[in-house]
Design a protein around this ligand. Structure first.
Ligand code: TRP
Length: 359
């Protein structure tokens, strides 16, 4: 019998780095999932904004503060309900910073340096364009005045702590975060076995049953991403959104019946599948198959459906954004809830490690 009672709910936690606004890739990929999960009585959900992680690249105080606020507002506007889920800002839980210091004592710099995201970001920081595996040499031997900050190296420790301090077992994240989750499990096992305890459960990615959603960009290439400049943002007004969709990359059109769509067209179909009804998708698939398709019609339909989807969200963004008191209330309540469990876990970790008081 696996009927869960209130205090046995499984903890679901996910975070998003506070950089820029949310786009429909975030919406379909993550937010949509969060909103469904909070309706499920088996889970207790925590969603946070990772402002400390945002400091690892291009810190900008004013932008950071504004970004944190924007993402909170966008979380709320997209349907995350602060009465059902805990919404908080990472730095509002100072216990995270302390456990990050403690856990780092059990993390090897070698394993951190081998992390794909670190190699990527370290090379970006140094302006190196190579795929050599000798990243240690590139960093240690670097004689320019550019540097790779230690926060970037220990990014996975901080992420592991976000998860472990809440004892979360389910962490809905994209594929690109799998390696960080793998490290989190390794750190948890290592800590538990070193001290002979059972403090940290091992967390796993979580997909809510369905297949992972891939949200492509409008530029005919890969996925929608802030750094790719191919995004539709939740805050884009109707005119901007339509313009972006109408300018999406296409091709010359199908020349033979029943041919495989090229990448840019496949991307448009993927977006249509996310935003439109099955009948609409079917209609355009048939038109593609018999070569009667007009991309302009497809784009207009896609734009209409995206406008219908994002307009109410944008209106809520505007309303919530004007309400400082509400934002403050949500985040104060979220911080209190998130700190409760964090403080308990930190106290246990300190005790286990021998950090005990004399007074
Ligand atoms: N690294 C994640 C990302 O870039 C953000 C993140 C930080 C996170 N801490 C987390 C995600 C903890 C899930 C759980 O997307």
């Amino acid at each position: 019998m696996t009927q869960s009672v209130n205090n046995e709910k499984e903890i679901v936690l996910s975070g998003i780095r506070a950089t820029g606004n949310l786009h429909i890739g975030n919406y379909f990929g993550a937010l949509g999932k969060f909103v469904r999960m909070q309706e499920d009585p088996n889970y207790e959900n925590l969603f946070f904004i990772a402002d400390l992680h945002a400091l690892t690249t291009a810190p900008d105080p004013e932008a950071l503060h504004a970004n944190v606020r924007n993402i909170v507002v966008e979380y709320l506007a997209a349907g995350i309900d602060p009465e059902k889920s805990t919404i908080f800002v990472q730095s509002d839980v100072p216990e995270v910073s302390e456990l990050y210091l403690l856990l780092n004592m059990h993390v090897g710099i070698g394993e951190l340096m081998r992390t794909a995201s670190f190699k990527d970001k370290a090379r970006k920081a140094l302006g190196i364009h190579s795929d050599s595996d000798d990243i240690e040499r590139e960093i240690i031997g670097n004689e320019s005045n550019k540097r790779v900050n230690a926060g970037l190296l220990t990014y996975p420790t901080l992420m592991a702590v976000d998860i472990l301090i809440q004892k979360a077992r389910k962490v809905p994240v994209g594929k690109d975060q799998e390696q960080h989750l793998e490290l989190t499990r390794r750190f948890a096992r290592r800590f538990n076995s070193f001290y002979g305890v059972d403090l940290f459960p091992e967390p796993y990615n979580f997909d809510f049953g369905g297949k992972p959603v891939k949200v492509p960009g409008l530029d005919g290439s890969g996925k929608m991403g802030k750094s790719e400049g191919n995004c539709i943002y939740l805050i884009d007004d109707e005119k901007t959104l339509r313009k972006k969709v109408m300018r999406a990359v296409t091709d010359q059109g199908p020349t033979e019946p029943n041919s495989e769509p090229t990448q840019p067209i496949a991307n448009l179909f993927s977006l249509l599948e996310l935003a439109s009804t099955p009948e609409v998708v079917e209609h355009f698939r048939n038109a593609y198959a018999d070569c009667s398709i007009r991309y302009g019609d497809l784009k207009k339909q896609l734009a209409d459906d995206l406008v219908a989807l994002t307009t109410p969200i944008r209106e809520r963004i505007e309303a919530i954004s004007a309400d400082d008191a509400y934002i403050a209330r949500v985040l104060r309540q979220g911080a209190e809830k998130a700190r409760e469990r964090a403080a308990r876990t930190l106290a246990e970790a300190r005790e286990i490690m021998g950090i005990r008081k004399f007074y």
